[in-house]
Design a protein around this ligand. Structure first.
Ligand code: PEP
Ligand code: MG
Length: 325
Protein backbone atom coordinates (compact mmCIF):
# COMPACT_ATOMS: atom_id res chain seq x y z
CA UNK A 1 0.00 0.00 0.00
CA UNK A 2 2.80 2.36 0.98
CA UNK A 3 4.58 1.65 -2.32
CA UNK A 4 1.32 2.17 -4.20
CA UNK A 5 0.98 5.60 -2.56
CA UNK A 6 4.57 6.56 -3.32
CA UNK A 7 3.87 6.20 -7.02
CA UNK A 8 1.70 9.31 -6.74
CA UNK A 9 4.52 11.33 -5.23
CA UNK A 10 5.09 13.50 -8.30
CA UNK A 11 1.49 13.68 -9.49
CA UNK A 12 -0.51 16.82 -8.73
CA UNK A 13 -3.25 16.89 -6.08
CA UNK A 14 -6.00 17.43 -8.61
CA UNK A 15 -9.63 16.27 -8.83
CA UNK A 16 -11.05 14.35 -11.80
CA UNK A 17 -12.56 17.63 -13.04
CA UNK A 18 -9.22 19.46 -12.77
CA UNK A 19 -9.51 21.39 -9.51
CA UNK A 20 -5.99 21.66 -8.10
CA UNK A 21 -5.25 22.00 -4.41
CA UNK A 22 -1.88 22.31 -2.70
CA UNK A 23 -0.55 19.79 -0.22
CA UNK A 24 1.91 21.20 2.28
CA UNK A 25 3.31 19.77 5.49
CA UNK A 26 3.56 20.76 9.13
CA UNK A 27 7.01 20.50 10.67
CA UNK A 28 8.67 21.27 13.97
CA UNK A 29 12.32 20.62 13.03
CA UNK A 30 14.07 21.28 9.75
CA UNK A 31 15.32 17.71 9.77
CA UNK A 32 11.79 16.74 8.73
CA UNK A 33 12.02 18.52 5.37
CA UNK A 34 13.58 15.52 3.65
CA UNK A 35 10.67 13.23 4.42
CA UNK A 36 8.18 15.92 3.34
CA UNK A 37 9.84 16.16 -0.07
CA UNK A 38 10.07 12.38 -0.36
CA UNK A 39 6.31 12.21 0.07
CA UNK A 40 5.64 14.81 -2.59
CA UNK A 41 4.90 17.74 -0.26
CA UNK A 42 4.75 21.03 -2.17
CA UNK A 43 6.15 23.11 0.64
CA UNK A 44 5.82 23.74 4.36
CA UNK A 45 2.43 25.04 5.46
CA UNK A 46 3.33 25.39 9.11
CA UNK A 47 6.77 25.59 10.65
CA UNK A 48 6.16 25.65 14.40
CA UNK A 49 9.09 27.79 15.55
CA UNK A 50 8.45 27.45 19.28
CA UNK A 51 10.66 24.38 19.34
CA UNK A 52 13.61 26.70 18.76
CA UNK A 53 12.87 28.29 22.12
CA UNK A 54 12.30 25.20 24.20
CA UNK A 55 14.63 23.46 26.62
CA UNK A 56 17.15 26.26 26.89
CA UNK A 57 17.93 29.11 29.24
CA UNK A 58 17.84 32.02 26.80
CA UNK A 59 15.73 32.69 23.72
CA UNK A 60 17.56 31.93 20.46
CA UNK A 61 19.66 34.72 18.97
CA UNK A 62 18.90 36.29 15.61
CA UNK A 63 21.81 34.34 14.10
CA UNK A 64 20.38 31.06 15.38
CA UNK A 65 16.96 31.85 13.93
CA UNK A 66 18.53 32.96 10.65
CA UNK A 67 20.58 29.80 10.23
CA UNK A 68 17.48 27.63 10.52
CA UNK A 69 15.22 29.73 8.28
CA UNK A 70 17.89 30.09 5.61
CA UNK A 71 18.41 26.36 5.56
CA UNK A 72 14.66 25.86 5.24
CA UNK A 73 14.43 28.38 2.39
CA UNK A 74 17.33 26.75 0.55
CA UNK A 75 16.16 23.17 1.00
CA UNK A 76 12.69 23.97 -0.31
CA UNK A 77 14.05 26.06 -3.21
CA UNK A 78 10.99 27.25 -5.16
CA UNK A 79 8.45 25.69 -2.82
CA UNK A 80 7.04 28.02 -0.17
CA UNK A 81 7.57 27.71 3.58
CA UNK A 82 5.20 29.36 5.98
CA UNK A 83 7.03 30.31 9.14
CA UNK A 84 4.72 30.84 12.06
CA UNK A 85 6.00 33.40 14.51
CA UNK A 86 6.43 32.37 18.11
CA UNK A 87 3.36 30.61 19.52
CA UNK A 88 4.47 30.01 23.09
CA UNK A 89 2.16 29.92 26.07
CA UNK A 90 -1.02 27.97 26.64
CA UNK A 91 -0.24 24.31 26.11
CA UNK A 92 3.22 25.25 24.80
CA UNK A 93 5.57 25.71 27.66
CA UNK A 94 7.95 28.62 28.15
CA UNK A 95 10.97 28.54 30.39
CA UNK A 96 13.06 31.62 29.58
CA UNK A 97 10.55 34.40 29.81
CA UNK A 98 9.37 35.94 32.97
CA UNK A 99 5.75 35.30 32.31
CA UNK A 100 3.22 36.14 34.96
CA UNK A 101 1.44 33.25 36.59
CA UNK A 102 -1.91 33.03 34.94
CA UNK A 103 -5.05 31.34 36.10
CA UNK A 104 -6.10 30.55 32.52
CA UNK A 105 -2.93 30.43 30.42
CA UNK A 106 -4.81 29.23 27.36
CA UNK A 107 -6.73 32.49 27.47
CA UNK A 108 -3.70 34.46 28.58
CA UNK A 109 -0.66 36.28 27.33
CA UNK A 110 0.40 33.82 24.66
CA UNK A 111 1.49 33.66 21.01
CA UNK A 112 1.09 36.99 19.19
CA UNK A 113 0.01 38.65 22.45
CA UNK A 114 3.26 37.63 24.07
CA UNK A 115 5.23 38.87 21.04
CA UNK A 116 3.51 42.24 21.09
CA UNK A 117 4.32 42.54 24.80
CA UNK A 118 7.97 41.53 24.24
CA UNK A 119 8.67 43.49 21.07
CA UNK A 120 12.41 42.75 21.10
CA UNK A 121 11.79 39.04 21.08
CA UNK A 122 9.36 39.50 18.17
CA UNK A 123 11.67 41.78 16.21
CA UNK A 124 14.57 39.36 16.54
CA UNK A 125 12.51 36.62 14.94
CA UNK A 126 11.05 38.86 12.21
CA UNK A 127 14.48 40.21 11.30
CA UNK A 128 15.81 36.68 10.91
CA UNK A 129 12.85 35.57 8.77
CA UNK A 130 13.17 38.62 6.52
CA UNK A 131 16.91 38.17 6.06
CA UNK A 132 16.40 34.50 5.21
CA UNK A 133 13.61 35.38 2.74
CA UNK A 134 16.37 36.50 0.38
CA UNK A 135 17.38 32.82 -0.07
CA UNK A 136 14.04 31.21 -0.96
CA UNK A 137 10.30 31.53 -0.73
CA UNK A 138 9.33 32.27 2.84
CA UNK A 139 6.03 33.52 4.16
CA UNK A 140 5.21 34.89 7.59
CA UNK A 141 2.21 33.76 9.61
CA UNK A 142 0.98 35.21 12.91
CA UNK A 143 -0.68 32.82 15.37
CA UNK A 144 -3.70 33.55 17.58
CA UNK A 145 -4.85 36.72 15.86
CA UNK A 146 -8.13 37.74 17.50
CA UNK A 147 -8.99 40.85 15.52
CA UNK A 148 -7.87 43.54 13.12
CA UNK A 149 -6.06 45.77 15.62
CA UNK A 150 -3.76 42.94 16.60
CA UNK A 151 -2.94 42.20 12.96
CA UNK A 152 -2.21 45.88 12.36
CA UNK A 153 -0.04 46.10 15.45
CA UNK A 154 2.00 43.08 14.35
CA UNK A 155 2.33 44.50 10.84
CA UNK A 156 3.52 47.82 12.25
CA UNK A 157 6.36 46.01 14.02
CA UNK A 158 7.15 44.13 10.81
CA UNK A 159 7.24 47.39 8.88
CA UNK A 160 9.67 48.86 11.41
CA UNK A 161 11.98 45.88 10.97
CA UNK A 162 11.73 46.18 7.19
CA UNK A 163 12.64 49.87 7.37
CA UNK A 164 15.65 49.07 9.53
CA UNK A 165 16.84 46.44 7.05
CA UNK A 166 16.39 48.77 4.10
CA UNK A 167 18.39 51.43 5.87
CA UNK A 168 21.17 48.92 6.49
CA UNK A 169 21.04 47.75 2.86
CA UNK A 170 20.23 44.21 3.90
CA UNK A 171 18.32 42.41 1.17
CA UNK A 172 15.03 40.64 1.84
CA UNK A 173 11.94 39.65 -0.14
CA UNK A 174 10.01 42.91 -0.45
CA UNK A 175 6.96 40.95 -1.63
CA UNK A 176 6.94 38.53 1.29
CA UNK A 177 3.41 37.37 2.07
CA UNK A 178 2.07 37.87 5.56
CA UNK A 179 -0.83 35.70 6.59
CA UNK A 180 -2.65 34.81 9.77
CA UNK A 181 -3.91 31.75 11.51
CA UNK A 182 -7.64 31.64 11.98
CA UNK A 183 -7.92 29.74 15.23
CA UNK A 184 -9.95 32.03 17.47
CA UNK A 185 -13.72 32.28 16.95
CA UNK A 186 -13.61 36.10 16.87
CA UNK A 187 -11.19 35.91 13.94
CA UNK A 188 -13.31 33.36 12.10
CA UNK A 189 -16.43 35.48 12.56
CA UNK A 190 -14.65 38.64 11.36
CA UNK A 191 -12.69 36.87 8.65
CA UNK A 192 -14.31 39.11 6.01
CA UNK A 193 -12.65 42.09 7.72
CA UNK A 194 -9.32 40.34 8.30
CA UNK A 195 -9.18 39.20 4.67
CA UNK A 196 -8.76 42.84 3.65
CA UNK A 197 -5.36 43.04 5.32
CA UNK A 198 -4.01 39.50 5.40
CA UNK A 199 -2.31 37.87 2.40
CA UNK A 200 -3.61 34.42 3.29
CA UNK A 201 -5.49 32.48 5.94
CA UNK A 202 -4.59 29.19 7.56
CA UNK A 203 -7.30 27.62 9.70
CA UNK A 204 -5.97 26.17 12.95
CA UNK A 205 -8.67 23.69 13.89
CA UNK A 206 -6.87 22.48 17.01
CA UNK A 207 -7.42 25.79 18.74
CA UNK A 208 -10.53 26.81 16.79
CA UNK A 209 -12.32 23.74 18.15
CA UNK A 210 -10.95 24.30 21.66
CA UNK A 211 -12.14 27.91 21.81
CA UNK A 212 -15.42 27.45 19.96
CA UNK A 213 -16.70 24.50 21.95
CA UNK A 214 -14.97 25.59 25.19
CA UNK A 215 -13.05 22.37 25.72
CA UNK A 216 -9.44 22.21 26.80
CA UNK A 217 -7.72 20.45 23.89
CA UNK A 218 -5.50 18.40 26.20
CA UNK A 219 -8.10 17.51 28.84
CA UNK A 220 -9.08 13.86 28.57
CA UNK A 221 -12.25 14.36 30.62
CA UNK A 222 -13.84 16.45 27.90
CA UNK A 223 -12.18 15.00 24.84
CA UNK A 224 -15.49 13.39 23.80
CA UNK A 225 -16.70 16.93 23.04
CA UNK A 226 -13.72 17.70 20.80
CA UNK A 227 -15.66 17.38 17.59
CA UNK A 228 -14.44 18.71 14.22
CA UNK A 229 -17.84 17.94 12.69
CA UNK A 230 -19.80 20.07 15.16
CA UNK A 231 -22.10 22.25 13.02
CA UNK A 232 -20.56 25.34 14.62
CA UNK A 233 -17.09 24.32 13.43
CA UNK A 234 -18.25 23.49 9.92
CA UNK A 235 -20.07 26.80 9.65
CA UNK A 236 -16.99 28.68 10.85
CA UNK A 237 -14.75 26.88 8.37
CA UNK A 238 -17.20 27.52 5.53
CA UNK A 239 -17.37 31.17 6.50
CA UNK A 240 -13.61 31.63 6.64
CA UNK A 241 -13.14 30.04 3.21
CA UNK A 242 -15.92 32.17 1.73
CA UNK A 243 -14.54 35.40 3.23
CA UNK A 244 -11.04 34.62 2.00
CA UNK A 245 -12.22 33.83 -1.51
CA UNK A 246 -14.43 36.93 -1.64
CA UNK A 247 -11.26 38.99 -1.16
CA UNK A 248 -9.18 36.82 -3.45
CA UNK A 249 -6.86 35.26 -0.87
CA UNK A 250 -5.99 31.59 -0.45
CA UNK A 251 -7.34 29.67 2.49
CA UNK A 252 -5.45 26.74 3.93
CA UNK A 253 -5.79 24.57 6.99
CA UNK A 254 -2.93 23.46 9.22
CA UNK A 255 -4.89 22.04 12.15
CA UNK A 256 -5.09 18.26 12.65
CA UNK A 257 -8.43 18.14 10.85
CA UNK A 258 -6.54 18.63 7.57
CA UNK A 259 -4.43 15.53 8.26
CA UNK A 260 -7.37 13.18 8.78
CA UNK A 261 -8.40 11.54 5.49
CA UNK A 262 -11.93 11.23 6.85
CA UNK A 263 -12.40 14.98 6.35
CA UNK A 264 -10.58 15.42 3.04
CA UNK A 265 -13.62 15.38 0.75
CA UNK A 266 -15.64 17.60 3.03
CA UNK A 267 -12.88 20.22 3.20
CA UNK A 268 -12.32 20.01 -0.54
CA UNK A 269 -16.03 20.61 -1.11
CA UNK A 270 -16.00 23.58 1.25
CA UNK A 271 -13.41 25.10 -1.09
CA UNK A 272 -10.18 24.68 0.89
CA UNK A 273 -7.18 25.64 -1.28
CA UNK A 274 -4.32 24.22 0.77
CA UNK A 275 -3.99 21.34 3.18
CA UNK A 276 -1.05 21.37 5.54
CA UNK A 277 -0.71 17.93 7.06
CA UNK A 278 1.61 15.59 8.94
CA UNK A 279 4.02 14.25 6.36
CA UNK A 280 2.59 10.74 6.88
CA UNK A 281 -0.82 11.92 5.69
CA UNK A 282 0.28 13.69 2.49
CA UNK A 283 -0.08 10.83 0.04
CA UNK A 284 -3.26 9.45 1.56
CA UNK A 285 -4.89 12.87 1.18
CA UNK A 286 -3.62 13.14 -2.38
CA UNK A 287 -5.07 9.75 -3.29
CA UNK A 288 -8.52 10.82 -2.07
CA UNK A 289 -8.42 14.14 -3.89
CA UNK A 290 -7.41 12.46 -7.15
CA UNK A 291 -10.32 10.02 -6.87
CA UNK A 292 -13.18 12.49 -6.84
CA UNK A 293 -14.63 15.40 -8.78
CA UNK A 294 -14.86 18.83 -7.23
CA UNK A 295 -18.56 18.90 -8.17
CA UNK A 296 -19.14 15.75 -6.12
CA UNK A 297 -17.12 17.08 -3.18
CA UNK A 298 -19.17 20.28 -3.22
CA UNK A 299 -22.37 18.27 -2.95
CA UNK A 300 -20.94 16.31 -0.05
CA UNK A 301 -20.01 19.53 1.75
CA UNK A 302 -23.42 21.09 1.15
CA UNK A 303 -25.07 17.96 2.53
CA UNK A 304 -22.76 17.94 5.57
CA UNK A 305 -23.76 21.51 6.39
CA UNK A 306 -27.44 20.52 6.69
CA UNK A 307 -27.00 18.27 9.74
CA UNK A 308 -27.95 19.53 13.18
CA UNK A 309 -25.42 17.65 15.28
CA UNK A 310 -21.89 16.35 15.15
CA UNK A 311 -23.09 12.76 15.48
CA UNK A 312 -25.40 13.05 12.45
CA UNK A 313 -22.63 14.53 10.31
CA UNK A 314 -20.24 11.90 11.62
CA UNK A 315 -22.59 9.11 10.50
CA UNK A 316 -22.95 10.68 7.06
CA UNK A 317 -19.20 11.11 6.56
CA UNK A 318 -18.30 7.68 7.95
CA UNK A 319 -20.81 5.90 5.68
CA UNK A 320 -19.66 7.87 2.70
CA UNK A 321 -15.98 7.13 3.29
CA UNK A 322 -16.67 3.43 3.89
CA UNK A 323 -18.62 3.20 0.65
CA UNK A 324 -15.96 4.92 -1.39
CA UNK A 325 -12.70 3.73 0.16
C1 PEP B 1 -3.96 24.80 15.53
O1 PEP B 1 -4.26 25.42 16.55
O2 PEP B 1 -4.78 24.16 14.84
C2 PEP B 1 -2.57 24.77 15.06
C3 PEP B 1 -2.24 24.29 13.88
O3 PEP B 1 -1.61 25.25 15.87
P1 PEP B 1 -1.08 24.50 17.17
O4 PEP B 1 -1.61 23.09 17.13
O5 PEP B 1 0.40 24.61 17.09
O6 PEP B 1 -1.70 25.32 18.27
MG1 MG C 1 -2.95 26.84 17.50
Amino acid sequence: YERELLKMKDLPAITTDQKKVTLLANIEFIGEVKSVLERGGEGIGLYRTEFLYMNRFYPPTEAEHFRVYKSLAEQLSSYPSIIRTLDLGGDKFISQLDVYEELNPVLGLRAIRLCLEHIDLFKTQLRAILKASHYGKLKIMYPMISGLDELREANAVLKEVMDELRKANIPFDEEIEVGIMIEIPSAAITSDILAEEADFFSIGTNDLIQYSIAIDRVNKNVSYLYEPLHPAILRLIARVIESGHAKGILVGMCGEMASDPKYTLLLLGLGLDQYSTNSDALLKIKKIIRSVSYAEAREIAQQALTYCSASETEKFITNLMEERF
